[in-house]
Design a protein around this ligand. Sequence first.
Ligand SMILES: [Zn+2]
Length: 86
Amino acid sequence: MRPEFEDCTEVLRHLYEFHDKELSAAEADEIREHLMACEPCLDHYQVEDVMRLLIRRCCSAEKAPETLRLRVRAIYTRTVIITETT
Ligand SMILES: [Zn+2]
């Protein structure tokens, strides 16, 4: 493994490029390998992934698909129920 991708800070710094597929195949492999072995970095990666997906949906002229709207509403409803019962 290349030394620069053994360090979490370096991996997180390259996460944007990884998402945008701006890294070489070899570099992307190294980051993917690190993510599989490192839970904190994987969390960062997944949060980033979800945020980008939501932002892209919100900013695009297309309407959000019905399934996504239902899923968001289900999560929201569940959150409200949990908040009310506690
Ligand atoms: Zn890490």
